[in-house]
Write a protein that binds this ligand. Structure first.
Ligand SMILES: [Cu+2]
Length: 258
């Protein structure tokens, strides 16, 4: 409830509800602390006003109540950290989808001020990139079927996705709010992030790291589609048969060995 009041957008990933649960808990806890400390502050203003205590008492507090309250706050924070935050984080960094679960691996390249998404194509292998990092080198055959999609991240519903995130220039941060995923894009490094989309739809992608004058416009779109729609999109954007080529393979010359 508090999450919604704070304007959080609906979750669209498998693990997202756990993060939302933790956020909700955090918000309630902060609300309790805010009300508690504010009441205490007002109480001290009234109770220790100069008109009531013209002479300072240098001895101070004589009960242990505040120690107990502090201990409870530390305890709740420890539960938040050890019970929610660390297990969630451990799952993000340790439990990467096994090859058997057929994860879709996509390279993500950030630059001032755009995102490029690179799919490995049917062979499942990324081609060698040119020095510009966002176009495949023609000399590498495994890059022939790659799909490079500037500004549009298309994902199939229900299939685990591993994003390998890097940057061409300065530090950016890929933020998929609806997937509850944010990962810095750092030049010279490739950081993976994974999630499973569970809701079809169109979502906004933004840069979460102040990266220059155009940072606010560094947006892209994410489309979660049914697997059929996704395959159709990939095919449409993949290598097209050369114009005029015979579609029937029967009479065609044997394909060159790979
Ligand atoms: Cu950026």
């Amino acid at each position: 409830m508090l999450n919604r009041m704070m304007g959080i957008i609906p979750n669209a990933s498998e693990h997202g509800y756990q993060i939302d649960l933790m956020l909700e808990f955090c918000h309630w806890f902060m609300l309790v602390l805010f009300v508690g400390w504010s009441a205490f502050f007002l109480l001290t203003l009234i109770k220790f006003h100069r008109s009531r205590h013209p002479k300072a008492d240098y001895y101070g507090v004589r009960t242990h109540a505040s120690t107990h309250v502090e201990f409870m706050v530390v305890l709740v924070e420890a539960v938040l950290l050890l019970g929610f935050a660390l297990p969630l984080w451990a799952k993000r960094v340790n439990d990467f989808p096994k090859p058997g679960s057929n994860p879709l691996v996509i390279k993500v390249i950030g630059q001032q001020f755009a995102w490029t998404f690179w799919y490995p194509g049917a062979d499942g292998k990324f081609g060698k990139p040119n020095p510009d990092m966002v176009t495949p080198d023609d000399s590498d055959p495994s890059g022939k079927d790659d799909v490079v999609s500037p500004g549009e991240l298309h994902l199939p519903l229900g299939r685990p996705v591993i994003l390998e995130i890097t940057s061409r220039d300065v530090i950016h941060s890929l933020s998929l709010h609806s997937m509850r995923i944010t990962q810095d894009a750092i030049p010279g490094s490739r950081f993976p992030a994974w999630f499973t989309p569970i809701k079809t739809g169109e979502y906004e992608i933004v840069c979460a790291q102040l990266c220059g004058m155009g940072h606010g416009n560094m947006k892209a779109m994410m489309f979660v589609q049914t697997p059929e729609e996704f395959d159709a999109w990939l095919k449409q954007n993949g290598p097209q048969p050369a114009a005029g080529a015979a579609p029937a393979p029967a009479a065609a010359a044997p394909a060159p060995a790979k």
